[in-house]
Design a protein around this ligand. Structure first.
Ligand SMILES: Cc1cc2nc3c(=O)[nH]c(=O)nc-3n(C[C@H](O)[C@H](O)[C@H](O)COP(=O)(O)OP(=O)(O)OC[C@H]3O[C@@H](n4cnc5c(N)ncnc54)[C@H](O)[C@@H]3O)c2cc1C
Length: 386
């Protein structure tokens, strides 16, 4: 009988989890040292989210090629790798969030333009939505394309907290083309265009992601850059951003599972024997881990079946961040000592949870999504949230 996908991925990816963990603190103290991880034998191109037609050397497990393009495969692989270092999973080269947007909205030509570049060698990509004045509220973006609405013009604006942008070669930028909610769209841009400048930000958590800010000083764009040029304006704008967030939120949930597992693993390595009350705490965390994992995988399955309405994904993200937060809060008590000095790895995990809380929307916003799901569709959507 064929082994379950989770078990097979666990066996295949475990060595890479260990490698990521070995490098986690070095990346945390200097995100530029990522080049050492790239040379460490971790096959990042196999986790890069390349569709079948662009993946010449996919991950092979028990002889079968796995492309990790379904949400279910992604959450399983993400949890395993994030147990090594969650920030490296998001900070690795590959198609990342922009790939998901291109899958949803891109024309064949845009897919070719983007993926052939990502497949050729390890490069970073970026997803430019969040702005310093408007946050990630896509409906009120200030960045604009000053043309006639056709997509041709100059891209003008300022993006902030965008992962990997300072080292990316290509990515997407959300901008306003016309007034009104249907006037938002996303353009595919190369970072060597005139007027594009991205610089890294100093951050406390998830430092492997190298959050950046982007100045867009009249970057030239043409009609062929507008994602979804073949779609109606209602299908290519904010809806595109919402689709990406709904599809990726279970993956963010898997990052939280990874951080929680990493914390629990660390405690077990440090403390060979536990007092009864401590053992009970660990058992309780293990049980919660199983429950939240089931929820994350359920949310991923809904995405793959085209049934995701966002509520389950939001619940998965909230509960996974809550678990990672609870584990990392308890860790100092379980290992003893001052974590910042004596257990820098735990200190890093704690800081990473803070970033995860913000990533793709805070818990408060996720709870609002669950509540909206409940009000619109009934208990099935809301039972999972506290
Ligand atoms: C590690 C990391 C990676 C990221 N990567 C990217 C990226 O690649 N691309 C990108 O574009 N962005 C990225 N971001 C930015 C991120 O998506 C946003 O910061 C996040 O979605 C939060 O949105 P916001 O900044 O608009 O905050 P808001 O949603 O405005 O929240 C700000 C505060 O206000 C509170 N709040 C919001 N609404 C309400 C309300 N109705 N009632 C009461 N309180 C409220 C929130 O709980 C929060 O405390 C990244 C962020 C992090 C931390």
């Amino acid at each position: 009988m064929q082994r379950m996908i989770a078990e097979r991925l666990q066996d295949a990816l475990l060595p890479f989890q260990h490698t990521l963990r070995e490098h986690a603190l070095a990346i945390d103290s200097d995100p530029r040292s990522i080049s050492r991880v790239l040379d460490s034998g971790v096959p990042f191109h196999q986790f890069a989210g390349l569709p079948r037609e662009f993946a010449s050397d996919p991950l092979r497990v028990d002889g079968e090629a796995l492309y990790l393009t379904s949400c279910e495969e992604r959450v399983i692989a993400t949890e395993i790798l994030a147990t090594g270092d969650a920030s490296m999973v998001v900070g690795a080269p590959g198609a990342s969030m922009s790939g998901v947007l291109i899958d949803a909205l891109g024309s064949n030509r845009q897919r070719e333009r983007f993926y052939s570049r990502v497949a050729e060698r390890p490069i970073w990509t970026f997803f430019g939505l969040t702005e310093p004045n408007r946050g990630s509220d896509a409906a009120s973006l200030e960045t604009l394309v000053d043309g006639d609405g056709s997509g041709e013009g100059r891209l003008i604006g300022h993006k902030k907290f965008v992962g990997n942008a300072a080292r990316a070669e290509i990515g997407v930028v959300f901008a306003r083309f016309r007034p009104g909610p249907l006037g938002i769209g996303a353009v595919l841009v190369e970072t060597d265009r005139r007027g594009f400048e991205a610089t890294p930000l100093k951050t406390l958590g998830f430092r492997g992601v190298q959050l950046s800010e982007i100045q867009l000083d009249a970057v030239p764009v043409v009609g062929a850059d507008l994602l979804g040029e073949h779609l109606t304006p209602s299908r290519r704008g904010i809806l595109g951003a919402v689709q990406v967030f709904n599809a990726l939120r279970p993956v963010v949930g898997a990052l939280g599972l990874g951080i929680a597992s990493a914390g629990l693993d660390y405690v077990r390595r440090e403390r060979r024997s536990l007092r009864q009350d401590e053992a009970a705490t660990m058992e309780n965390f293990d049980a919660r881990l199983q429950t939240v994992r089931a929820l994350v995988r359920r949310a991923a399955a809904l995405v793959d079946n085209g049934q995701a309405d966002g509520a389950m994904s939001s619940a998965a993200k909230v509960l996974s961040v809550e678990l990672a937060s609870a584990v990392t809060q308890q860790m100092p008590r379980l290992v003893g000592g001052a974590i910042r000095w004596e257990h820098p790895y735990l200190d890093k995990l704690r800081r990473d949870v803070g970033a995860l809380e913000l990533m793709e929307g805070t818990s408060l916003i996720q709870r609002q999504n669950v509540a909206t799901g409940y009000l619109q569709r009934g208990l099935g959507a809301a039972r999972v949230a506290k």
